[in-house]
Write a protein that binds this ligand. Structure first.
Ligand code: PLP
Length: 285
């Protein structure tokens, strides 16, 4: 039985209750973050906290009273649930108004804040990191403001299921002929030692792992180009990979049935995974 956090209280998971009028439930009017835990420490917490503040502000959502205490809350959940490796999921919604209404509720309706842990022993030693994953491409039918980390995840979830139905692990979404990103990760290709990933904009989520990986790559004198690319270019690339807080750097070895490079995880993805994990563990708090 997990201990979870709900609006200021630490509770057994089966005692935490949210109203059916909560706007997260009725309208997906909420934002979220996922922070990894390795060796009992939080990976890239500052990045996730900063993006959370931005997501709240972009949606004119009230900052919850516990905002300055989020680090302590994360740490307390890690402690209470004895997490060595895993994730902390955080969700903030616009709260539960007295009735369903498209207009935002008044300021006295407080945001709902939920945090819970997910235990993932050996999170950084995933077998998939050694074999690589297979992806399919699907038309990106998500909303326009994908830079905001909202809980409107119906289409990404559909995409993940389409990938599974095709015997793959994930889907890369395509808009106007160019890859935007994976269903829950940022997408990259490698061509002749150059790491290529889509430039930032409203079309993709600004991955916290993306920012760190690109910083480490540049520090290691690797060449980085931030621009969009097509599926054909990706299929023709030397390597491909994805990044996210919970998969770190994960090689992609097949796209729409075509092997990428040798069809095995590439050297640059493997090196970036190693650097990312080493550096992140050093800075974990
Ligand atoms: N892109 C999308 C659509 C995502 O949902 C995620 C994470 O959930 C990412 C990218 C990766 O972001 P981060 O590295 O901050 O986990």
């Amino acid at each position: 039985m997990r201990t979870v956090y709900l609006n200021g209280d630490y509770l057994p998971e089966n005692e935490a209750r949210v109203s059916i009028f909560d706007r997260g439930f009725l309208m997906a009017d909420g934002v979220y973050e996922v922070t990894s835990v390795l060796d009992g420490k939080l990976i890239d917490f500052a990045g996730h906290a900063k993006r959370l503040a931005r997501s709240l502000s972009e949606l004119d959502m009230q900052t919850p009273d516990c905002m300055d205490d989020l680090l302590n809350i994360h740490r307390e959940l890690v402690r209470a649930n004895d997490i060595t490796d895993g994730m902390i999921y955080l969700q903030i919604t616009r709260g539960a108004a007295a009735d369903r209404d498209f207009a935002y509720p008044s300021a006295d309706v407080k945001p709902t804040v939920v945090l819970f842990t997910q235990n993932k022993p050996g999170l950084a030693d995933s077998p998939a990191a050694k074999t690589g994953i297979k992806v399919i491409s699907i038309a990106d039918q998500r909303r326009a403001r994908r830079d905001i980390k909202t809980v409107q995840l119906q289409f990404p979830s559909m995409g993940k299921m389409m990938a599974k139905a095709a015997g793959c692990d994930d889907a890369w979404m395509v808009e106007d002929g160019h890859v935007t990103e994976g269903t829950s990760n940022n997408a990259y290709i490698v061509k002749g030692n150059k790491i290529i990933t889509r430039h930032l904009g409203n079309e993709i989520l600004h991955g916290i792992t993306r920012a760190a990986v690109l910083r480490f790559a540049r520090e290691a004198q690797m060449e980085v180009e931030e621009r969009s690319f097509t599926i054909a270019e990706a299929q023709d690339a030397d390597e491909a990979f994805i990044t996210s807080a919970s998969t770190f750097v994960m090689p992609v070895v097949e796209i729409d049935g075509a092997a990428v490079g040798s069809g095995k995880p590439g050297d640059i993805a493997a090196r970036l995974r190693e650097i990312y994990l080493d550096e992140s563990r050093k800075m974990a708090i």
